[in-house]
Design a protein around this ligand. Structure first.
Ligand SMILES: [Cu+2]
Length: 188
């Protein structure tokens, strides 16, 4: 299906850019399943996308939480490589929008950054202790194929930021085995 990604171009001097403790690129995409087990078509033909990813991954393929530390300045580089609008929300924090499409903008304090196709935003936050969900606010964008993850945990366009020392996030949280609970866990 090819390769797509983002190239981050940084200024030669960091004088105009505060160095972040954590700097992550998050590319949103959406896909259309043509059939179970078949290749996915990123364009679809009826506009109904059923599979949502950040950096091409979701569920257990996402690799678990993004590790940060309390007090870190975390910079999120949000790019929408899909064809729908997403409303990227961070739990437990305000996020600060500092740039759009490569240009600095007046800082806006907000909880959610809506992002249209092709848009690129820099948002930053100072991490508080805990486990914090970062996800799209469109409910079905965190329920791939209209199914959530283990015990309702979000899949699709979601990640969790985990600060050092916070309780570990159960690996089952990232399970995209929607139909069978993990061993020893009763079906819900
Ligand atoms: Cu979305």
């Amino acid at each position: 299906m090819g390769l797509v990604g983002a190239i981050t171009v940084l200024p030669r001097s960091q004088r105009q850019s505060v160095k972040a403790d954590v700097d992550v690129m998050l590319t949103m995409q959406q896909w259309w399943w043509e059939a179970e087990g078949a290749l996915v078509n990123p364009f679809g033909n009826d506009g109904h996308f059923g599979w949502f990813t950040i950096n091409g991954r979701t569920g257990e393929a996402s690799g678990g939480p993004i590790d940060i530390a309390a007090g870190d300045l975390v910079r999120l580089r949000l790019y929408n490589a899909g064809q729908g609008v997403h409303a990227m929300h961070l739990h437990g924090h305000d996020q600060f929008r500092v740039a759009k499409n490569g240009h600095a903008v007046p800082v806006v304090r907000q909880t959610t950054q809506s992002i249209s196709p092709g848009d690129f935003f820099l948002v930053e936050f100072v991490a508080r202790p805990g486990n914090w969900l970062f996800h799209c606010h469109f409910p079905h964008h965190t329920a791939n194929r209209m199914l959530s993850g283990w015990r309702g945990s979000p899949v699709g366009m979601s990640r969790i930021f985990h600060t050092a020392g916070a309780p570990p996030v159960p690996p089952e949280y990232f399970s995209d085995n929607y139909y069978l609970p993990p061993p020893g866990v009763p079906p819900r």
